[in-house]
Design a protein around this ligand. Structure first.
Ligand code: TXA
Ligand code: MG
Length: 342
């Protein structure tokens, strides 16, 4: 298949959105930028396109996708009810990097929800994502635009790497500002439950609804046969080709550890300013006390390590709470839960 690449980064959003809408209207799929990561979008009303999303990504058939909207009234018809708490959250965080799970209506295909009776919905703030949904005139189902299991794409180059020749259009909207996927919050119980941490933290949600909590399955390995609220937790995620080990400890201890274990082809993934002390080849992924900078670079650095042929990577672990929880969670899964505590 011929893949078209349209740049929408410096203004010409309309041309890109129009072209995307044409393709989406014909039941084709399109890679689009969002503020979190790039998404691989399909009309929620095209079974052909929805199935194509799963097959192009190689996505397990039991891992549902998120529906993206560009106005609150698009919720009508797809969700059974919007609880008051959800309205509070939407008021504060939509449009933005947050997804809510609601009870669904019959209009939402089982291909989107994998037969679950709930649907995940996000209202992205990225101007290109917004323009594409508006031009398409329908909600768009979109998982992250990576091949299943690989780090999520945070630039058009990453989409080109994974999807060239497999999709008709990739829209280049530059680098994603947030860099990790949206916070996923279930709104179907008596209090909000975070199923996937994102840059909108538990603490921020608790400012609105103090009873909000994080699902215990978020921070541990989930068995293949286990029934969990968010099927995505079951799968190997964000994995580069190289072996990743998460190392928790001070800079001094980290440096001694990696120097002691270093063999040819190893790298450290650390914070800006650590390089000199670490003393083995290093790529930094943000500033130690700035979770947003880490979120922004984590996936790009994991991909870069594969590009340069790293065999093994020792990651200097970030904090585990607040905004850092999102980063820590992605790195833990990239490491397949292989961690060293110093
Ligand atoms: O930031 C994002 O959320 C990006 C951009 C493109 O919007 N999308 C994204 O989609 O990360 P994806 O498919 O890679 O991750 C969706 C997550 C999965 O972990 C999936 O299991 C969960 O959301 N999910 C989707 N529908 C669900 C549902 N009805 N109940 C529970 N979890 C659901
Ligand atoms: Mg994904």
């Amino acid at each position: 298949m011929r893949t078209e690449l349209i740049k929408a980064e410096y203004g010409d959003v309309e041309t890109a959105a129009k072209r995307a809408a044409e393709l989406l209207g014909r039941g084709e799929i399109v890679a689009i930028p969002t503020e979190t990561v790039y998404g691989l979008a399909a009309s929620i009303y095209s079974e052909k396109a929805l199935k194509e999303v799963y097959s192009v990504k190689g996505r397990p058939q039991d891992n549902p996708v998120i529906v993206h909207i560009s106005a609150m009234d698009m919720l009508d018809g797809i969700v059974a009810e919007v609880p008051d708490d959800a309205l509070l959250i939407a008021d504060k965080f939509w449009p933005g990097p947050l997804t809510m799970i609601f009870n669904k209506t019959d209009r939402v295909s089982d291909t989107i929800t994998c037969g679950m009776d709930t649907v995940a919905v996000r209202f992205p703030s990225h101007p290109v994502a917004h323009a594409v949904i508006e031009a398409a005139g329908v909600p768009l189902a979109a998982p992250s635009a990576n091949l299943s299991g690989k780090p999520s794409p945070t630039s058009a180059e990453h989409c080109v790497h994974d999807l060239w020749g497999k999709v008709p259009l990739i829209i280049d909207g530059g680098q994603c500002e947030v860099g990790v996927e949206s916070t996923v919050v279930s709104m179907t119980g008596d209090h909000p439950v975070i199923l996937r941490p994102g840059i909108i933290s538990l603490e921020q949600i608790r400012e609105l609804i103090p009873s909000a909590e994080v699902s215990e399955a978020v921070t541990r390995k989930v068995r293949d046969d286990e029934k969990v609220m968010s099927p995505g937790l079951k799968y190997k995620h964000y994995s580069p080709e190289c072996k990743v080990t998460l190392v928790k400890g001070s800079l001094e201890n980290f440096a001694s550890y990696v120097q002691e274990h270093y063999t040819d082809g190893d790298y450290a993934m650390c914070f800006f300013g650590d390089e000199e002390k670490v003393g083995i080849p290093c790529i930094s992924y943000g500033t130690e006390d700035d979770a947003r900078s880490q979120a922004h670079s984590t996936f790009a650095v994991l991909r870069q390590l594969d590009e340069i042929g790293a065999k093994r990577v020792f990651v200097r672990a970030p904090q585990e709470t607040g905004e850092s929880m999102a980063v820590s969670n992605r790195l833990m899964r990239a490491a397949g839960f292989d961690e060293v505590v110093l």
